[in-house]
Design a protein around this ligand. Structure first.
Ligand SMILES: NC(=O)c1ccc[n+]([C@@H]2O[C@H](COP(=O)([O-])OP(=O)(O)OC[C@H]3O[C@@H](n4cnc5c(N)ncnc54)[C@H](O)[C@@H]3O)[C@@H](O)[C@H]2O)c1
Length: 724
């Protein structure tokens, strides 16, 4: 079966790309070889007047190069050969003696966009899923098949560079405005419009084509011409601000364009290929490509629901989380009921929901009228009105097993037999909450992260009694709400908090021993985390963090001792973090947080009272203690099958905690560090700092067998999954 077919009509060739058996078209080596053969045959046809390239798939043009082939590249030389081959094939298309038109419907990304750029002109449909762009930097490399060369030549550097450096695709209307496509039309007219454009080109050349492009402004002309240096410095500044220089790809993309624009295309292409090759085998790219595959895998995680999609949600508890969850459902078009004990509490949920909508209105992602519609979908109250007809109730009341059991027992009396119960607990075992329920099989964990509007992860927790279909339907609901749903097994803290809390605790221990809040935070942000452990504790709420830490101590014993100073800050100083205006930092309104002097004084007193002589703690020790404690707990989670694969664990940590994507997650960090070296380091730390660093048995087995998390099959060294 071939991926590309060719037909002729009046000496016009139509190349139709339709990868057999695949949902989307991608350019694998085999598809590129087919394209090459077709182009060779077209070069030989003396009567050829023009070429149209179109997709045979409904709703997708070409999604890009086959990423699994990029993942398979092992050396820079292989990567270089791959880039050169793609460039050669697209150049053959560009060099045809006759004009060519790309007819785009659906996603036209990466290699697909580079193919379209090699054509003389482009036509796109006004379909909402028609998007065009070069997202390569988000996978850690630069476009390698001519994208960095042809896009600036077509649009000018000031317009092209932001597209290449951000990696963000644009829709057809925007593409037409800037001149990336020449015509926009409805889907039924795509081929006819492409043909019309082609005939215009045949009759009068490129200059005969009147496009929808807006004329360039004076500023654009200056920036594309004599003031180009401003474009480079602005782009570099923006990238440095956003990534602190940790992502090499966008910086390399700027350099490739800067050093080649205005020159001969044939000299620019090798520069692009070399940069692609170096970056495609970089650790950052390996991490980002790994995360890409993990996020593809989670789309199927939890299986396909057999029961109907959950469409009629209700939320119990109108606090920070309940308000956010209700907003999310309403924002996604689902009418939702929310219940609390008092009308004041319900009003707070409306306020949270309105705040989240306002944030979108401010960024022009929502109109005022849409914001009003979102609020109108939320029906709040203190009675059970509306619960009978719900198909899912999300419980978000206080984190207490007794309260949750009592509340859910009440809910059971008010809902239909097949209504699913989802608890948003952040640390309690679903099995414990399910005790006393008439139908424990319909209780599933649905752990959203705070703030619900911004955090992309939902942990879907399968309790020992949870019905498989209920788990699948909750995962499906989370996905329909635009979240990444990772299915995890039931344990205190589930996956993310079980790994995160030991890290927060360790940071507090370093503080006790002699570190200071700002330095520890700075070390961890330098590693790439969006905020350090103490800023994070303030954001989460010191009361919440302390409570979860105690629940984990109860669940895991000595392995998770709660740093005493956390108790001092919460119980003695009564600090709450951002919500109370002060925590490890002071949080004045509209001003940058400042270190809290009260904490500093209390720390000195705490050290005196506990006879601790503070010692100087170097950055490397801070970083390694914080990261290795996470690695160790991550290894235990893998061994206990809390999550299916190391790739999913890393994805959950990136999505749930902001773990730097270019570092790939704690287990990719472990692989890069070396598993044997990790075991040795943990043993040394255990001897010096305590048994919490005792290496997880899985790490020891992996070190003996020479295995890694991301490239080995761990089946032989992983414990058998427990039945609960
Ligand atoms: N805050 C976070 O960062 C976060 C993150 C993830 C998960 N969670 C979890 O979400 C849940 C809620 O947390 P929160 O931060 O929104 O708490 P919150 O204290 O802001 O809100 C809890 C709400 O539940 C209400 N409530 C108590 N008993 C009730 C009952 N019987 N019926 C109806 N409403 C009742 C309270 O009046 C309050 O409005 C907890 O289980 C928490 O662990 C919190």
């Amino acid at each position: 079966m071939t991926a590309i077919s060719i037909t002729f009509d009046d000496s016009i060739a139509t190349l139709t790309i339709d990868c057999p058996g695949e949902k989307v078209n991608t350019f694998s080596g085999a598809v590129m070889a087919e394209l090459d053969q077709h182009l060779t045959s077209l070069v030989a046809r003396k009567d050829l007047r023009g070429v149209i390239v179109i997709s045979g798939k409904e709703g997708i043009f070409v999604a890009g190069a086959d990423i699994s082939e990029i993942r398979g590249i092992s050396t820079e030389a292989d990567a270089l050969a791959k880039a050169q081959e793609g460039q050669r094939v697209f150049q053959k298309l560009a060099d045809l003696a006759c004009p060519s038109v790309a007819a785009i419907h659906g996603a036209c990304l990466g290699g697909g966009c580079e193919l379209a750029l090699a054509c003389t002109a482009r036509v796109a449909t006004d379909y909402e899923k028609t998007i065009i762009g070069l997202p390569e930097v988000s996978l850690g490399f630069v476009p390698g098949w001519g994208g960095t060369q042809r896009l600036p030549r077509l649009l000018g550097v000031s317009t092209a560079l932001p597209l290449i450096v951000s990696g963000k695709p644009i829709d057809a209307a925007k593409a037409a405005k800037i001149g990336l496509v020449d015509r926009v039309c409805g889907k039924p007219f795509l081929l006819a419009t492409a043909r019309e454009v082609l005939l215009t080109l045949i009759a009068g050349g490129r200059s005969a084509l009147v496009t929808a492009r807006r004329p360039r402004t004076f500023t654009q002309k200056m920036l594309d011409g004599p003031f180009k240096m401003l474009v480079w410095s602005a782009a570099r500044k923006q990238v440095m601000q956003a990534t602190k220089g940790r992502m090499p790809a966008p910086l390399a993309a700027i350099e490739v364009v800067r050093t080649t624009v205005g020159g001969d295309l044939r000299e620019g292409l090798p520069v692009e290929a070399r940069n692609f090759a170096q970056l495609a085998v970089s650790p950052e790219s390996r991490s980002l490509v790994g995360l890409f595959f993990a996020s593809e895998a989670v789309k199927k995680d939890g299986g396909r629901p057999r029961g109907p999609a959950l469409m009629r949600p209700a939320v119990l508890g109108a606090g920070v989380m309940g308000g956010g969850i209700a907003w999310l459902f309403a924002h996604k078009g689902l009418p939702v009921r929310i219940k609390d004990l008092t009308l004041e509490a319900v009003a707070k949920a409306y306020k949270t929901a309105d705040d989240y909508s306002r944030q979108l209105v401010k960024r022009r992602k929502m109109t005022d009228s849409e914001a009003r519609q979102v609020l109108a979908r939320i029906g709040g109250g203190i009675t059970w009105t509306g619960f009978k007809t719900c198909d899912v109730v999300v419980e978000a009341v206080v984190e207490s097993v007794a309260v949750k059991r009592k509340v859910l027992a009440e809910v059971e009396l008010e809902i239909s037999d097949d209504c699913v119960l989802a608890t948003n607990t952040s640390s309690l075992r679903v099995a414990d909450i399910a005790q006393g329920l008439k139908r424990p099989q319909r209780l599933v964990g649905m752990h959203f992260f705070n703030p619900v509007n911004r955090m992309p992860l939902v942990e879907v927790v399968a309790g020992p009694a949870s019905d498989e279909d209920a788990v699948a339907r909750v995962a499906d609901l989370a996905r329909r709400c635009g979240k990444t749903a990772v299915v995890v097994r039931d344990c205190p803290g589930f996956l993310v908090n079980r790994i995160l809390l030991p890290y927060l605790n360790e940071a507090a221990r370093i503080l006790q021993e002699g570190g200071d809040v700002v330095t520890i935070d700075r070390v961890m942000t330098a590693y790439g985390l969006p905020m350090g452990p103490f800023r994070l504790a303030d954001e989460v709420g010191i009361d919440v963090g302390h409570k979860v830490a105690k629940i984990l101590l109860e669940g895991y014993g000595d392995r998770m001792p709660v740093a005493e100073f956390l108790g001092t800050v919460h119980e003695d100083l009564k600090l709450l973090g951002v919500k109370g205006g002060a925590g490890f930092y002071l949080h004045p309104r509209d001003k940058k947080p400042q270190p809290n002097p009260t904490v500093r004084t209390a720390l000195t007193a705490w050290r005196l009272a506990h006879s601790v002589t503070p010692r100087q703690i170097e950055a490397v020790e801070i970083r390694e203690r914080c990261l290795l404690i996470m690695v160790n707990e991550s290894a235990r989670c893998i061994d206990e099958h809390i999550v299916a694969t190391p790739a999913l664990l890393d994805l959950a940590m990136v999505m749930g905690t902001g773990y730097p994507p270019e570092q790939g997650g704690p287990l990719r960090y472990a692989d890069a560090y070396g598993i044997s070296q990790i075991v040795q380091k943990l043993q040394a730390m255990a001897a010096q700092l305590g048994p919490r660093f005792t290496p997880a048995p899985l790490l020891e087995r992996m070190a003996s067998a020479g295995l890694t998390f991301h490239t080995s099959d761990l089946a032989a060294v992983r414990s058998a999954p427990a039945s609960t």
